[in-house]
Ligand binder design. Sequence first.
Ligand SMILES: NC(=O)c1ccc[n+]([C@@H]2O[C@H](COP(=O)([O-])OP(=O)(O)OC[C@H]3O[C@@H](n4cnc5c(N)ncnc54)[C@H](O)[C@@H]3O)[C@@H](O)[C@H]2O)c1
Length: 505
Amino acid sequence: MNLDDKQKEIGKLNFLTVLGSLETDFLREALTAPATGPFLFGYGPVEKPIKAGIVGTGNEGCQAMIEQSPPGAIDYIGYHDIRPTQIARGKRTFQKIYGEEKGSKVKFHETWEAMLADTEIEAIIIATPLWTHKRFAVEAMRAGKHVLCEKLMAHSVAECKEMVRVSEETGKILSIGHQRHYSPLYHLTLKLVESGVLGDIRHVRALWHRNNTWTLSNPHRPDTPSTADPDWGVSGDSWCPAIPLEDKDVPAGSFGYKNIDELVRWRLYDRTGGGLMAELGSHQLDACSLFLGKVHPEKLLATGGKYFFQDGRECEDHVYCMYQMPGGVTLSYSTINSNAQEGYGEIVMGTHGTLCVMNERDVMLFKEREPGDTMPAEEMYLTCSRDPQTKKPAMKWTPSTAVSREAGMAKAAYEKLVYFTPPGTTEATVNRGYFTELEAFAFAIRNPDYKVRCSGRVALADAVMALSANVSMRSKQAILFKDEWYDPASPEAPESATSAVAKNA
Ligand SMILES: NC(=O)c1ccc[n+]([C@@H]2O[C@H](COP(=O)([O-])OP(=O)(O)OC[C@H]3O[C@@H](n4cnc5c(N)ncnc54)[C@H](O)[C@@H]3O)[C@@H](O)[C@H]2O)c1
């Protein structure tokens, strides 16, 4: 939604006002809760930190899995990567969060097999390119380690199923890094959706729009090493970063890559990545399915292509999808690489109101106009109360712009729950869910009765939704979803199921 600053402020205040009115007791409790994660997600303190290893100390490995790891719950003792720049980056990151002495003691393993053989390591975090997830996860679980693997779960639905089967056979926890399951912001948003205040939800519009096109004129592209930022490179297209000189001699072939280009720019190629739907779409589809109660879609039509980039990449740069969800709900999704208008997020549209969650940090609420409302929907300040008889919540326009007591309390609770200070820093930032996801994973290892929220089975359903879009787009046909695709024991999968392509859908 294109909103001006004032409308955004109104929307944010409305969210707090309505949440404060409907969830007063919960928010009051939140204000005195000793810790956010346990309060929101039902886990407890981790008695003894989990000794962990990480494979892949690239962007996500360092910036999320290490920098945002909970110090009392995850204790990294080993890591493995294959690019000199990323190995050095891993070392720097451990020193940043643990201090120079302890950080330097986190052991770098020359080979994956050596890290796997370290019997002290209880759990492995996987933050490597998509096509490697299944292999690393399966080998780790078979070696007796619990696994937290980054999203998308795997390169194909068949691979996801194998991961679930191995987790269930070995009894090892398999948690998948769709971090919105542990995002306090999404948790609060979900409470509001579940209250019914939006009315009858018939449509969700989700998107992730970016503009990576300016990099085509970047004089440094494609292979000039970065001097500007050793962790990122000079290219503004994060999918096509510069290849640092220090990495040029990596024997990419011995790790299954065609060359160093495929290793560094793995997202651009079908064999190593899953395109926009795996990288971006899976996040919004996961969020949307949370809002809709984790139901499975019935039908899908996707279109898209490699319309802009003509530089040898294989992945599409524009994808548009329509999912028919059960009960007459439609979900539309666009992910594009040539225009950044609107950013990313989900817009949940009900008969009484619209909720927007944008960029994993802003939540805004607007009421639908009713007869008698004289203001535009985006400019109405709201109050909310429950009908004494039916208990149904209803929003009303108010001329008052004063912050209500409920909104004040909700704001205090929101700030306490949604923000955190990552280890090794002093500045509070939005907890996007990584910290709590890792904390919950550690707690689940120590307390087998606690089940992680994004288990292999949950993430398998996300993978079915995301990867089916690739099948529909590439086959240019509509898809009818089959129950067997969600069953880890069944060999049926969207990528091999031409019978599930609906000719007349
Ligand atoms: N949850 C999120 O919001 C989020 C965000 C970004 C990325 N991710 C996911 O995290 C994963 C990694 O993404 P990234 O952005 O960090 O990519 P990246 O390219 O920055 O990092 C990948 C790392 O894996 C290493 N690697 C590649 N093959 C390897 C092998 N065979 N053995 C050991 N190391 C190997 C690379 O050298 C590199 O350091 C992907 O699955 C991605 O989808 C998740």
